[in-house]
Design a binder for this molecule. Structure first.
Ligand SMILES: *Cc1c(COP(=O)(O)O)cnc(C)c1O
Length: 351
């Protein structure tokens, strides 16, 4: 492999002089702040938040066993996904490769940035074939998107195939681990230092139960992180989000309890779904959702909507014919879903 960050960074980004905010130019201790045209009243919300998120990154660094300069924080994972395109992909010239089916935001971000999006189908069992991915790349391929556990399929990709891709690609590999807390396989975060072209995405939106505060994380080499930091909006993480995240990250016990409960509920849900004639196949899941093949996805989806139960219709997605994606809810919510599916099945049989 012959990876050079300089080689894949757009020239306009290399030469960019980033915006220097008032809070950037002075970082020491002071008691009178007359530098940022803030209102002196309404403390603490009158002050701009820390643009570098120093305290939060230190705390997160301890939890994730990463140096703070290997962490980028974004307004959800969406922000680092978009910034990776803006930093490394020349509109109208470059391309990216992604597995299919997968999370829809990679393709949307590619479209916004006018970057060709090359989809490579997973195997029929949703496993990853590194050779197939690598052979879709060419000299204009800057990013490869992998997602493990993958959305909407639910399975973790094989680590040896992921590493084969990282080791044989001269651009960046983006590994989205949004669901890693639910997965029996270990995160690749512990091996991040070995891979200069790896970016790992995680989020507080799933296991941590904080989708509303919008905090996504990217982990990578300090060089990659500094490129992303250079082009982000200066105050991309607001004060309320920084404070809430800091509070929650000090103790991960509640998160671990939630994960354990959700995984137990998933096993019950899988068993019960398997008994329903409407459900033809249940795919293995390493996440907090289950992909199932049904007799008629659209009909079942609409029937559930009529009962005010919303699942995700994935039947028009590659390799996902007649599939619904079901998030694991509370015991009571799962029970309501199962009862509804039973009723829909019986109605159908009596027709
Ligand atoms: C839910 C999800 C995310 C989370 O996105 P946020 O912007 O952090 O809320 C990221 N990646 C995948 C694959 C997801 O399914």
């Amino acid at each position: 492999m012959n990876f050079s960050l300089q080689n894949i960074t757009r020239n306009n980004i290399l030469s960019l002089q980033p915006y220097s905010s008032a809070r950037d130019e002075f970082t020491g201790e002071a008691s009178v702040f007359l530098d940022a045209n803030e209102n002196p009243f309404n403390s603490p919300l009158n002050r701009y938040p820390d643009p570098r998120q120093v305290v939060l990154k230190n705390q997160l660094g301890i939890l994730k066993k990463q140096a703070p300069n290997c962490i980028f924080l974004g307004n959800g994972s969406d922000e680092p996904i978009d910034l990776l395109f803006r930093a490394f992909c020349e509109p109208g010239e470059d391309n990216v490769v992604a597995i299919a089916p997968t999370y829809g935001m990679y393709q949307v971000a590619a479209g916004i940035n006018n970057i060709e999006f090359r989809e490579v189908l997973l195997q029929e069992d949703f496993s990853l074939n590194a050779e197939k991915i690598l052979s879709a790349t060419d000299s204009a391929t800057k990013l490869i998107f992998l997602c493990s556990p993958n959305n909407p399929t639910g399975n973790a990709l094989q680590q040896d195939e992921i590493i084969r891709i990282i080791n044989n690609f001269n651009g960046l590999v983006i590994l989205d681990e949004a669901y890693i807390d639910f997965c029996p396989d270990k995160s690749l975060l512990g091996n991040l230092e070995q891979y200069s072209n790896l970016v790992i995405l995680q989020t507080l939106s799933k296991a941590w139960g904080l989708a509303a505060i919008r905090l996504g994380m990217a982990f990578a080499s300090p060089e990659i992180i500094s490129v992303l930091s250079k082009i982000k909006y200066p105050y991309n993480i607001n004060l309320l989000t920084q404070e809430k995240a800091l509070e929650v990250l000090q103790s991960s016990e509640e998160k671990e309890l939630w994960v354990k409960t959700i995984l137990q509920q998933k096993e019950i849900l899988k068993k019960e779904l398997a008994r329903l004639p409407l459900i033809l196949k249940i795919y293995p899941s390493d996440a907090n959702f289950i992909l199932v093949t049904t007799t008629d996805a659209k009909y079942i989806y609409n029937s559930l909507v009529n009962k005010q139960i919303i699942v995700r219709d994935r039947s028009r997605v590659a390799l996902c014919g007649e599939a619904l994606r079901i998030t694991v809810g509370t015991e009571a919510e799962n029970r309501i879903l199962l009862e509804a599916l039973k009723e829909i099945g019986e109605l159908n049989r009596n027709k």
